[in-house]
Design a binder for this molecule. Structure first.
Ligand SMILES: [Fe+2]
Length: 326
């Protein structure tokens, strides 16, 4: 069921900022992300790698922590003001959810909490500055990713995820309903910054992170990434694409990093800032929603994801079977 947008959320989230991911071999991760995808290394510590994309003006847009398991430690968000952190803390406490201020390298005050299904979330306002590389073209490498675009998560209860994030002022741009399940929500795309999404939820065993996505300026960056990765020993890391989703009009390429975290390279969505934008409805059996050109996704795309630490994973409430390629 679709609900009206909350125009006055309890605190002001600007955009998705970065994921904090567990990495079992930081050297292998650095080779993949920095050497081949072109992430800029802001800082290496004994236990972490702080990476940023080309247009980032701050310390990190991806954090890899040396951990024994490839988990997603947090999905991290930038808020509009310091005061929003206090408003957020009070709001999460009012929902009987954890809310604690924690120390994070390169960031100001950071609030750690979770969403209604237990996904670990962090919110901050300030981050240490770093040089923007947007017009340092001689530093461009690999996929030439400019910034983080969005997170996509498996949810066992998409309706519940949608209602939670809508209450925080996230606006629905597109959604899929399952005709076989009484038109229940199968997936939602929700935004704060004016693109198609800052976060999306897809029906599946969860909660788990499905992928995070880097925004690239053109389709040629996707083609170049395929050429580069396939000839640099990473052909098995190319999971899906390139192609165009019907949803979001997005050109996509899905990759698996050395730990199995999925990263999407992404471009070609559209502006969604109008407050009266009518969300686009898709039906589950319309195969063009997942690939406009008709090529189905592989099974792994619907089943493989990154777990959150100490968060139980459960089967989804609805179980329509997607069309698979293999
Ligand atoms: Fe995506």
């Amino acid at each position: 069921m679709i609900r009206s947008t909350t125009n006055k959320p309890p605190f002001d989230v600007v955009r998705c900022s970065h994921a904090v991911l567990g990495a079992t071999d930081l050297g292998a991760s650095e080779q993949f992300y920095a050497q081949h995808l072109g992430y800029v290394v802001t800082e290496r510590t004994p236990d972490a790698l702080y990476l940023r994309n080309l247009e980032c003006r701050t310390h990190h847009s991806l954090v890899l922590q040396r951990l024994p398991e490839p988990t997603c430690e947090a999905l991290v968000w930038k808020v509009a003001n310091e005061d929003d952190l206090d408003l957020a803390s009070r709001w999460f406490q009012s929902k009987n959810l954890p809310a604690a201020f924690v120390e994070r390298h390169g960031q100001g005050r950071t609030l750690r909490t979770c969403d209604a299904l237990g996904m670990p979330l962090e919110f901050y306002f300030s981050m240490t500055s770093a040089p923007c590389k947007l017009q340092q073209y001689d530093d461009y490498r690999g996929a030439r990713i400019q910034r983080l675009d969005h997170f996509n998560c498996f949810s066992p209860d998409v309706q519940k995820s949608y209602e939670f994030w809508s209450e925080l002022g996230f606006r629905l741009t597109e959604y899929t309903v399952s005709e076989e399940s009484n038109n229940a929500l199968w997936a939602v795309w929700l935004q704060r910054k004016g693109g198609v999404h800052d976060i999306a939820f897809t029906n599946g065993r969860g909660p788990r992170l499905h992928h995070f996505a880097g925004w690239v300026p053109s389709v040629s960056d996707l083609v170049h990434s395929c050429d580069l990765l396939s000839t640099a020993g990473y052909v098995k890391n190319i999971e899906r694409g390139l192609g165009r989703h019907g949803i979001g009009n997005a050109l996509f390429l899905y990759l698996l990093d050395p730990d199995g975290h999925r990263i999407e390279l992404f471009c070609s969505d559209y502006l969604t800032v109008d407050p009266d934008l009518v969300p686009k409805r898709w039906e589950f059996r319309d195969a063009r929603r997942q690939t406009l050109w008709g090529m189905p996704a592989p099974r792994s795309w619907f089943e493989h994801g990154t777990p959150f630490p100490n968060v139980g994973v459960v089967d989804p409430l609805i179980k329509p079977q997607p069309v698979l390629a293999h």
